[in-house]
Design a protein around this ligand. Structure first.
Ligand code: APR
Length: 187
């Protein structure tokens, strides 16, 4: 009997939430930036930053939109940080939706590869990158719901909303969902 997979919505600071893999909405350089990227780099500490610098050098300094890499989580309550690059919102005609979908999908692929059972996502691209929150939430939830059954090792996905607006949007979408294969919890 396969374990029922779970999706949980929480309003919290992602750096305070214990999971196997925390997803960072990273700068292409992987060397940190503002928002959630800043706080993850700050709290994870030097070990993670050193790994980011190594990967930065290996990939030639820039991770393309939608790609994801994993590092140690350093001092954060997780084993791994999955750094993914979301799209900056321009006008919706520059592959933004596809890039955002790939950021969630490739983060799940990476989490499954490293045998992470639980993973937490921030609301990628909805801060500095200005992605419209409603559309971003629909892409995030739709991508996770449709792909989660394919990931053997991932049991629990957390959507961590820092701001009230995102939380309300995610709550209104998730409240109206009923998926027999996935248990949806709203905290
Ligand atoms: N925990 C959870 N979510 C957070 C936290 C936190 N501690 N801090 C911010 N957020 C949320 C924001 O409220 C927003 O909903 O993360 C979401 C993403 O916002 P940003 O961090 O601004 O990032 P994003 O819009 O994805 O742009 C990424 O901005 O800071 C730079 O280096 C970063 O180049 C990258 C770009």
């Amino acid at each position: 009997m396969s374990l029922l997979k779970k999706i949980t919505l929480v309003q919290d600071d992602i750096t305070k939430f214990t999971v196997n893999a925390i997803v960072n909405s990273a700068n292409k350089s992987l060397l940190g930036g503002g928002g959630v990227d800043y706080i993850i780099h700050k709290k994870a500490g030097a070990e993670m930053q050193k790994e980011c610098r190594r990967i930065h050098d290996e990939i030639g300094g820039s991770l393309p939109n939608g790609h994801a890499v994993a590092t140690t989580a350093g001092n954060l309550p997780a084993q791994f940080i999955i750094h993914t690059v979301g799209p900056r919102w321009l006008d919706g005609s520059k592959n933004e939706a596809e890039d955002l979908c790939n950021a969630y999908l490739n983060s799940l692929v990476k989490a499954n590869d490293i045998l992470a059972k639980s993973i937490s996502f921030p609301n990628i691209s909805t801060g500095v990158y200005n992605y419209p929150k409603q559309e971003a939430a629909e892409i995030a939830i739709g991508t996770v719901l449709s792909s989660l059954p394919n990931f053997e090792h991932i049991e629990h996905v957390y959507f961590i909303c820092y701001d009230q607006e995102n939380y309300n949007i995610y709550k209104s979408i998730l409240t109206n969902l009923d998926d027999p294969k996935i248990q949806i919890n709203i905290i």
